[in-house]
Design a protein. Structure first.
Length: 387
């Protein structure tokens, strides 16, 4: 049996070397995806986002507020506009993400305790940029009022301790578990890249099986395994598994060792999860072809399944907040279980038994092809390819 598997694997290697699609989908594109996403937010979070200021008061106090706003790491004042219409047009043209409006009489109102209003407008279409600029603009508004209040209280003879107790009666002690740097690269790359790698695996697996039928090599392939579909599948997928494992584990080594992404769970869950992710994705691709022994249909289903995985994985929107039918369907996507295991066992460092149900689900995906082996054998020996 082992000699037949090795013999079929050698045949598969020759086919892979002769077809450039394998090189691009298994090596070139995955490496590009890894390098693209891990360098997209190399700084951890967006910095120097362009914003504008409409300063109709133009006093020393308001200019000081503008300089403080420009000093934030994530914001950069790139323009001063005479009125709201021009600042709004700048947002619509994509030149700035937000602007701060300081109306005339703001400083005088602060000094006379009339509670003047300042406004800020931000672009909510770009969610990350909008939330970041909103945070900076809200902070600068709070700091401005606090600075004026501190000055007035000092003039009344209050001590620094009394001033702090009056301006900020409650202090916040913030602890960001596992990612204290608020590094968005840690959140995005650890989910998006594995999802895209699994997409390539989803596609290349039914493609490699379907091309046997398309190019009339199916009977030869099955004959090398004595018409045993399990041996034929193991021999065909073995070279692909090794290559994808090298890519996947290399990606994990790069983000956890080279880039220093937090992984308090240790090395063992990382390696096990990488192996299961590759095997479960391949098994799902083979299962899809077994259900629909058509090159076009099986690849279409795998492509659709992989793309929907990004929505139901829970990395961008919590699955618990989705409708009940969507929550139930999320169990049918390998990426969902990958994300849950990563979040529980690797990112937060809890023991493996805390996510045992998701480990079991990935193992269940790995044995799915056993349910359709008879159908794969029948399609290889009896079906004619229909373009």
């Amino acid at each position: 049996m082992f000699s037949k598997i090795i013999h079929i694997a050698g045949r598969e290697c020759r086919q892979m070397f002769s077809n450039p699609i394998y090189f691009f989908c298994m090596i070139a594109f995955p490496i590009f995806v890894v390098s693209f996403f891990t360098t997209l937010m190399d700084d951890g979070q967006p910095v120097e986002l362009p914003i504008g200021v409409v300063d109709q008061d133009n006093t020393g106090t308001t200019r000081h507020l503008t300089r403080m706003l420009d000093g934030f790491q994530t914001s950069h004042v790139v323009g001063h506009y005479p009125n709201v219409n021009e600042a709004r047009n700048a947002i619509q043209r994509g030149e700035i993400y937000a602007f701060l409006l300081i109306p005339k009489g703001t400083t005088a109102g602060l000094m006379s305790q009339k509670q003047p209003k300042i406004s800020f407008y931000y672009n909510g279409v770009v969610m990350l940029a909008g939330s970041t600029t909103f945070k900076d603009l809200k902070t600068i508004s709070t700091l401005g009022s606090a600075a004026v209040g501190k000055t007035k209280l000092s003039m009344l003879g209050k001590t620094d301790k009394e001033i702090v107790a009056f301006l900020q009666p409650i202090t916040i002690d913030l602890h960001m578990i596992s990612n204290p740097w608020a590094n968005y690269n840690v959140y995005l790359s650890t989910t998006m890249v594995p999802g895209l790698l699994m997409l390539f695996i989803f596609l290349i697996t039914p493609y490699s099986i379907g091309t046997e039928l398309k190019f009339g090599r199916a009977k030869e392939w099955m004959g090398m395994a004595d018409n045993h579909p399990l041996i034929a599948m193991l021999g065909k997928l073995l070279p692909q598994t090794l290559i994808f494992l090298i890519i996947f584990l290399g990606f994990e080594f790069y983000i956890y060792h080279v880039m220093g992404f937090p992984h308090p769970g240790g090395v063992l869950p990382i390696i096990l999860l990488g192996v299961l992710a590759v095997v479960s994705a391949q098994s799902f691709g083979a299962f899809a072809f077994g259900l629909m022994p058509s090159l076009r249909m099986s690849m279409s289903v795998c492509s659709l399944w992989a793309m929907v995985s990004f929505s139901v994985a829970g990395a961008t929107f919590p699955v618990s907040a989705m409708d009940a039918p969507i929550q139930a369907l999320s169990w049918l996507f390998p990426l969902r279980h990958y994300y849950m295991i990563y979040q529980i066992n690797i990112f937060n460092g809890f023991p493996i038994e805390y996510a045992w149900i998701h480990w079991v689900c990935l193992l269940a995906f790995a044995i799915l092809p056993l349910l359709v082996m008879r159908n794969i054998k029948r399609s290889m020996l009896e079906f004619e390819y229909m373009p």
